[in-house]
Design a protein around this ligand. Structure first.
Ligand code: B3K
Ligand code: ZN
Length: 873
């Protein structure tokens, strides 16, 4: 496999003006006839060959302007169809045959539970027909879908239905027309036995839009929430971004076998069923919120992605970073803004930072790749969104919105680059964003270190900020970035001081522009030594290296005017405590929880909360993954033992306080996935977790009662987790059994059942995984099952995945080797944890490398090859 470079980009030599497709569907031999209106691009030599991408296709016919081609006039390989000479404008007809039923990669046209569906982004369209499968070729599409009337009564494609009719032999057809030019990656087709719910939305410009969600019949009672989320998204995008929908029909289809969360195909979004189906009995609060966010994300792509798309796949963050930023803003408007920020930052700081410091680190805009499917990463999505967020903060909302309007207006209907977006922002703000562009090209997480000095005599406080970005593969030298550090200074009472720099007033919170390796900021008129609150709201995706005492952290936790920093101070304080416990564990000393820390937590539990959602977050100790991110050599066992010990001790010492909290937060209200209820349930269930961690029988009695009350899945699942994770397995076994029997018919609930069991810290967790892989509800061909069973084990059960005998690594390698043959995209994702060995102890490192070598010896897909090769280089 060879790499493709951004610097080698060449514009397309031929453009497709209109694409007409005709699908004759059959599981083992689907016929696809394509009629393409093609025109040579200006400036292209008249003897330039036409090269069309194609993958896994059997070519049956090819003709230009109705003239079938002779053997010597073209060449077909397993990757392309080349036609040596073509006129300036012409009609190309091709006919190919493909086999959706045996397509386990879930790219191109495939079958899921008998339903035909497609996934074309990024390069799946070439598995459907020969085509210039690149985003800078945009055409209008007309699609005719022919299928068996009984097996596929519903036939869908992009745009509007324009014709339908019956055909001989029990077949029928529907023709769809999409008037908006689009790249092939946004093509979609669905055919199956589906039912729908329908609603209406009137855009601000007066367009009547029909909204449909298509699902299998048994899932109709799980569609209402997504429909509401869709309507909210449509309204919100009009109000916040001035973006209106542009077709008369908007459809969502739920599909069980899907590699990602969802896909923004024009007018026909296809969703992983796990990212759209929800009801109170089957779905937990966090999932409702995730669904709302994904529905919004895909809808928002209609502008940021579809109307304005990417010139090439290196620009992926252009649409993904911006759209994630937009969905984050939406979710934060719809729910708790501080909690949304906390969750997003937590994900970034654990998973994205880990990616940024490992062998697969890459810039937000990569400059080369072997397989683009490997670049749908946390760096492109989440860090990409942080970069847009920084732009928004630099410009201020009003100006940012102007930049966004300009971008959509100027580039509507075009395929563009990251520069085009940033240039619009520079133009409306008159800012020079040249240095800022480095955020797109430089990989790695910058570290910002802090030095401070108070001068009582001169009443000045001097902050010295320095930045350093560690080398990443292929990028040894790093240049200074423009890092916006939002900050304030707290006085002795905990109030924000007035900030004065160079005689200029900066209010009570300001943004320092750290754009050199080291920069000094002198605050004047500072009456006494302040406590600095830095990186408020997590104003830049960096690691802040600051040494604050426990007292200062506890002070910030109680007083900082910035909600995010209050939470973060609490996390830092907990981290300090956990570090002490880990040191004790390592030395074989007894672990003792510090009194100061216990009292800090007590005051949180006992003080009536103004914001329950934030309190629930504050009471949650840093995750094992986050703790690991802070260490130079990751001590898997110490992290796990210290964290468990801390939770158990807090649960025991503060039992009565947690009991009061748990009792207080009960409610009889009918379930709604709204902000207040979710906050209340999270707080209650955090209390339950601490109670059960104490190991006391009364606590499990609460859990059992909550489990049996069966009020909603959030409460049932929280109770089940506590019972199942109890040290004594006889406490959890009856609940696990009952849950498994009750929900055997519902795959999405069985995923939760799998996840609960394989995240148990018990020593036999790994054997449990192997056992459950043989369960009838499990299938390695379904990505949701793989993520629930294997993914959860690997990511949420770190002690057992990292077992010292290497069995966890072997298990994962076994799965990767099998998936490599079936579904390379998923295989390449699953293998990632095996590449994160750099900071492990020598024994584990060797064991991981052994498994990577084992994988490398297989005949590998491009996807897995690229990841494993990077890890072993
Ligand atoms: N754009 C899709 C990505 C699908 C790619 C799968 N290989 C999902 C999203 O970001 O909305
Ligand atoms: Zn997206």
């Amino acid at each position: 496999p060879h790499a493709i470079y951004l610097k080698d980009y060449q514009p397309p030599r031929y453009q497709v003006e209109h694409t007409e497709l005709r699908f004759d569907l059959a599981p083992d031999a689907t016929r696809v006839q394509a009629t393409l209106q093609i025109a040579r691009a200006p400036g292209t030599a008249s003897d330039a060959a036409l090269v069309l991408d194609g993958d896994h296709l059997t070519l049956e016919h090819v003709a230009i302007d109705g003239q079938p081609l002779e053997p010597g006039e073209f060449e077909v390989t397993d990757r392309a169809l080349t036609i040596y000479t073509v006129p300036e404008r012409f009609r190309l007809d091709t006919e190919v045959v493909l086999a959706p039923a045996s397509n386990t990669a879930l790219e191109g046209l495939y079958q899921s539970n008998g339903m035909f569906c497609t996934q074309c982004e990024p390069e799946g369209f070439r598995r459907i027909t020969f085509y210039p499968d690149r985003p800078d070729v945009m055409a209008t599409f007309t699609t005719t879908v022919i299928g068996d009337q009984a097996a596929t009564p519903i036939l869908l494609a992009n745009g509007n239905p324009v014709e339908r009719g019956e055909l001989p032999d029990g077949r029928h057809f529907v023709t769809w027309n999409d008037p908006h030019p689009k790249p092939a990656y946004l093509f979609a087709l669905v055919a199956g036995n589906l039912e729908k719910i329908e609603d209406q939305f009137t855009t601000q410009g007066g367009r009547e839009v029909t909204l449909q969600i298509w699902v299998e019949q048994q899932n109709l009672d799980k569609t209402a929430f997504a429909m509401t989320a869709l309507k909210h998204s449509m309204r919100w995008d009009e109000e916040r971004f001035g973006r209106e929908y542009d077709l008369d029909l908007f459809m969502i289809v739920a599909v069980d076998d899907f590699n990602m969360g969802a896909m923004e195909n024009k007018g026909l979004n296809i969703f992983n069923s796990s990212a759209v189906l929800a009801n109170p009995d089957t779905t937990v609060d966090a999932m409702f919120q995730r669904i709302e966010g994904i529905v919004a994300h895909e809808y928002f792509h209609n502008w940021s992605g579809n109307r304005v798309t990417c010139r090439d796949w290196f620009q992926l963050a252009l649409k993904e970073g911006f759209t994630v930023f937009r969905d984050q803003l939406f979710s934060s408007d719809m729910n708790s803004a501080p909690v949304k920020r906390i969750e997003d930052v937590a994900l970034l700081r654990t998973a994205q930072f880990a990616e940024d410091s490992g062998p697969t680190a890459h810039p937000v805009r990569p400059d080369h790749f072997i397989e683009i499917s490997n670049f749908y990463t946390l760096t492109v999505y989440e860090k990409g969104a942080e970069v847009v967020r920084m732009l928004c903060n630099l410009l201020g909302w009003e100006t940012f919105r102007k930049g966004s309007d300009l971008y959509f207006e100027r580039f509507d209907g075009q395929a563009v680059r990251v520069e085009d977006f940033v240039d619009c922002m520079a133009e409306v703000s008159n800012l020079d964003l040249t240095q800022f562009m480095r955020w797109y090209s430089q990989a790695g997480t910058p570290e910002v270190s802090v030095d401070s000095a108070y001068d009582a005599e001169r009443r000045t406080f001097t902050l010295t900020l320095s930045q350093h970005t560690p080398a990443t593969p292929g990028q040894d030298e790093k240049a200074p970035l423009q890092i916006p550090v939002e900050m304030g200074l707290l006085d002795e009472q905990g109030a924000d001081m007035a900030l004065v720099i160079d005689g200029q007033s900066h209010g009570s919170s300001t943004v320092l522009n750290l754009d050199e390796s080291t920069k000094q900021f002198v605050f004047e008129d500072v009456p006494h030594a302040p406590v600095p609150s830095l990186l408020r709201g997590f104003s830049a995706p960096v690691k802040l290296r600051q040494t604050l005492t426990r007292e200062q952290l506890s002070f910030l936790m109680r007083h900082d005017s910035d909600g995010f920093n209050r939470w973060d101070a609490g996390q830092q304080l907990a981290l300090k405590e956990l570090e002490t416990l880990m040191a004790a564990y390592r030395h074989g000393d007894e672990m003792v929880l510090d009194e100061f820390f216990v009292e800090t937590v007590r005051s949180l539990v006992e003080t009536p909360a103004s914001d329950k959602a934030v309190l629930a977050e504050m009471l949650t100790l840093p995750t094992e993954a986050f703790i690991a991110e802070q260490q130079t050599t990751v001590d898997i066992d110490a992290i796990h033992q210290a964290r468990r010990f801390a939770i158990a001790r807090l649960g025991d010492t503060l039992f009565e306080a947690f009991e009061t909290l748990y009792t207080q937060e009960q409610s009889d209200a009918a379930y709604a996935p709204d902000f207040d209820q979710i906050a209340q349930r999270s707080l209650k269930n955090v209390a339950l977790a601490y109670l059960c961690a104490s190991g006391r029988e009364e606590a499990f009695a609460y859990a059992r009662r909550q489990f049996e009350a069966n009020a909603n899945m959030t409460d049932v699942r929280a109770a089940l987790t506590q019972l199942a994770h109890a040290g004594d397995t006889s406490i959890g076994d009856p609940a696990i059994r009952a849950f498994g029997e009750r929900w055997a018919h519902d795959p999405l609930v069985m995923d939760q059942w799998f996840a609960t069991q394989v995240s148990r810290p018990h020593e036999d967790a790994l054997e449990r995984v192997r056992f459950l892989m043989a369960h009838p509800a499990f299938s390695i061909k379904n990505p949701n099952r793989v993520r629930a069973l294997i993914g959860t084990f690997v990511n949420q059960n770190r002690v057992n995945f990292h077992r010292r005998d290497g069995q966890g690594y072997r298990l994962l390698a076994d799965v990767v080797i099998e998936l490599n043959r079936l579904n390379p995209e998923i295989a390449a994702r699953m293998v990632l944890p095996l590449t994160r060995f750099k900071r492990l102890d020598e024994t584990r490192r060797a064991l991981m490398l052994e498994q990577l070598e084992r994988i490398k010896a297989e005949p590998l897909s491009r996807n897995v090859y690229e990841v494993v090769d990077k890890a072993l280089t």
